[in-house]
Design a protein around this ligand. Structure first.
Ligand code: ZN
Length: 246
């Protein structure tokens, strides 16, 4: 089975379309690791697309907050403003769909999916020190996570945790082999708001039979996504960071 793995779409329609075009014909089904909405200008379109096309989706912290769940008070002012704007754009049916999304982790096709970490959807896995305490609780060889908007992840070896970098430079794809005996935490990166220094939309494709994960990037129409954010009256920093990719 070949899975298209999307995370942190964040209501960025242009980025999502570019990813789908680039990945066309290369996957059998789609997984979303949460944060369908918030920050971007197209929350309704993003939700409707996910509802129609994604086989397995779990909740992200922004999906929770935008649909009235806890956490708004913990957001920075910029994120709070965007979350309130997003909530106001959505009809009741979309809010209740968001609110009802299953909370990760979930087990599928021999691997685990989660938003932040398998232990907590709000936890950021950024350094090997963040990952080391999870060692005993990783039941599958492969776990996919998002939330940090950083493509890459970690290889959990018996003695240490090794950082996996991103698909960098002009390269649009990098294959990572899953070796027997090691444990992997893969972050496909953010479709809609990359923060790893590369403004291209990030995603992944996992071939569960061949046990190969492809890290991928796709350039998209950043200018249009930025203009929509500005026109919506959302904070200008949310547009600028798409251009910067951080
Ligand atoms: Zn996110």
């Amino acid at each position: 089975m070949r899975w298209l793995i999307l995370s942190d779409i964040h209501a960025n329609w242009e980025a999502l379309q570019a990813v789908l075009q680039a990945a066309e014909g290369r996957y059998d089904d789609i997984i979303c690791l949460g944060d369908v909405v918030d920050y971007g200008a197209d929350p309704k379109a993003a939700i409707h697309w996910v509802r129609q096309n994604v086989k397995h989706v779990i909740r992200g912290n922004h999906d929770r907050v935008c649909s009235g769940g806890e956490g708004l008070d913990d957001f920075m002012p910029l994120a709070r403003q965007a979350a309130i704007w997003t909530r106001n754009q959505l009809p009741e049916s979309d809010l209740s769909w968001l609110h009802g999304l299953p909370v990760g982790p979930a087990e599928l096709d021999g691997f685990t999916i989660c938003h932040g970490s398998p232990a907590d959807e709000d936890e950021y896995l950024i350094t090997p020190e963040d990952v080391a305490p999870l060692r005993q609780s990783l039941e599958r060889d492969v776990t996919f996570f998002g939330h940090t908007h950083l493509q890459g992840g970690f290889t959990v070896l018996p003695q240490r945790v090794q950082v996996i970098g991103r698909c960098a430079g002009a390269v649009e794809e990098r294959a990572l082999e899953v070796k027997p005996g090691d444990r992997y935490l893969f972050n496909p990166g953010a479709v809609g708001q990359p923060r790893d220094g590369d403004p291209r939309a990030a995603y992944g494709i996992y071939d569960s039979a061949r046990r190969v994960f492809f890290q991928c990037r796709a350039g998209y129409d950043v200018t249009t996504a930025m203009a929509k954010i500005t026109a919506a009256g959302l904070p200008s920093r949310l547009a600028e960071r798409l251009f910067d990719g951080c």
